[in-house]
Design a protein around this ligand. Structure first.
Ligand SMILES: [Zn+2]
Length: 461
């Protein structure tokens, strides 16, 4: 039965895909002898079958397993003690019984994702539309009045022009690959679809993540509010006693930190050898010189996180107070203990528990920088810097992103990190409480257009 389903899916894919080739249908089934019996495997079945077939037979299937069979006993079975569970499946939902790496699995996963992230409710009966139509997977049916609605309209996955299971696949891949990212080129290779289709799918993931950004942010905010509720103020840093820790009143509760980093900078070479005068410090490196138009070409990111926590990334055009203050006010509750570097000294009047570390601290001997420049009195931004290191590594896979699209990429990265930390259930329920019960996150409401993903704010400065 399973085989029939799998091949049915393959045929369906072949119908959908524009480059339909004869080789993609079930011509690649393999025959192999296992102790006299003949077993047949189709391309998508091997993963399921691997669990049951003897190791010797697997060795024939896979050249690498031959090594293992030489060491281990012949006839031993490979058993997955903890079957793979996608991070996108809420804890309330049972794990899928089908193996990953099959269309059937990703079809069911898409179903679960649409159900939990974009629930559809009957407008007349006000109940969740749990009914399904077997021949049309994108339709939900009201269990009472049997009304039909589309489950993908008004979601980022409408008009995708790809089979629905690809949605589950791409979201699952993005979640499991974190802290690495999946690029458009990789989607193209893995699904064997056109570049346009792959980029379309990638953009939809970004819009999906952006629609859940406010839920992630409010979870972040409320967690901090709860953690430092009624906590005593941090001590002032002591220049004489380097061991006096400012964090003593809050104990070992992780303190949020913020730092900024430049992802893609305009090198002097791309400036045709000109030096920059208009902007200072880090900001200078993301702009071309005025004689070359002075437009922003690099991306600067403000990272807020705590040790072991989720991270929020904001693409910023400069490090001015008017740019960063609204971001910090959205992320950090008032007077919450907060560490940054000296660049954000201006925050003190808004937050009496804001402490800064001087990365430029000179040594007392008078030559060079002090080795205490990374932390003073227990104030440091190492968690934020660590996240930025991971971000830089991951974003190298993209090679370059335009500043106007940078926030979408950052939202995507932030979302999958938060998904790991909070789980699908908390993010969806937070969304429900922000939007109202059984409401879907909307694209228009939060200013995320599917087609025009432009950030006018970036060019203002
Ligand atoms: Zn109804």
């Amino acid at each position: 039965m399973l085989r029939q389903n799998a091949s049915g899916n393959i045929q369906r894919l072949a119908q959908y895909s524009e480059r339909q080739n004869a080789g993609f249908e079930i011509t690649d089934s393999m025959k192999m002898g296992v102790s006299g019996q003949v077993q047949t495997f189709t391309r998508n079945q091997t993963a399921t079958q691997n669990r049951e077939i003897p190791l010797a037979a697997q060795a024939a299937l896979h050249p690498k397993i031959r090594l293992a069979s030489a060491i281990g006993k012949t006839g031993a079975r490979t058993v997955l003690r903890n079957p793979y569970r996608s991070p996108l499946i809420p804890t309330t939902v049972q794990n899928l019984s089908v193996s990953p790496h099959s269309h059937e699995y990703y079809g069911q996963l898409t179903d679960i994702i649409l159900d939990s992230f974009y629930p559809s409710t009957c407008s007349s009966c006000n109940v969740k539309m749990t009914g399904r139509v077997s021949t049309r997977s994108y339709v939900a049916k009201c269990p009472k009045c049997r009304k039909h609605v589309s489950r993908i309209s008004h979601t980022p996955f409408a008009y995708l022009k790809l089979p629905l299971w690809t949605v589950g696949w791409v979201l699952d891949q993005s979640a499991t690959k974190y802290p690495q990212v999946i690029t458009g080129a990789e989607i193209k290779r893995c699904l064997n679809i056109s570049e346009d289709a792959a980029l379309r799918l990638k953009k939809r993931v970004q819009v999906f993540a952006s629609q859940h950004k406010s839920a992630v942010e409010s979870l972040f905010y409320s967690e901090l509010k709860k953690r430092f509720h009624k906590s005593k103020d941090l001590l002032e840093p002591d220049k004489k006693d380097i061991n006096k820790r400012v964090t003593t009143p809050v104990g070992n509760r992780p303190i949020p930190q913020s730092d900024s980093v430049v992802l893609f900078s305009a090198k002097e070479r791309s400036n045709k050898g000109r030096k920059r005068f208009r902007h200072h410090g880090q900001t200078a490196s993301i702009y071309l010189t005025d004689s070359l138009g002075g437009r922003q070409v690099g991306v600067m990111v403000q990272t807020t996180t705590w040790k072991g926590g989720p991270a929020l990334y904001e693409s910023i055009p400069n490090q001015q107070t008017k740019t960063i203050l609204p971001i910090i006010q959205r992320q950090i509750p008032k007077n919450t203990p907060f560490f940054t570097d000296m660049g954000m000294d201006w925050l003190k009047p808004y937050n009496r528990n804001h402490r800064t570390v001087n990365h430029n601290l000179q040594s007392k001997r008078g030559t060079g920088k002090s080795r205490r420049r990374f932390q003073q009195n227990g104030i440091h931004t190492q968690a934020a810097e660590g996240r930025q290191g991971a971000l830089k590594t991951a974003f190298r896979a993209y090679r370059y992103i335009k500043p106007e699209h940078s926030q979408l990429y950052l939202n995507e990265y932030s979302f999958f990190g938060a998904l790991k930390y909070y789980g699908a259930e908390r993010i969806t329920s937070q969304n429900q409480s922000l939007l109202g019960q059984n409401q879907r996150p909307k694209t228009k409401q939060q200013g995320w257009g599917l087609s025009g993903m432009n950030f006018s704010t970036h060019n203002q400065y």
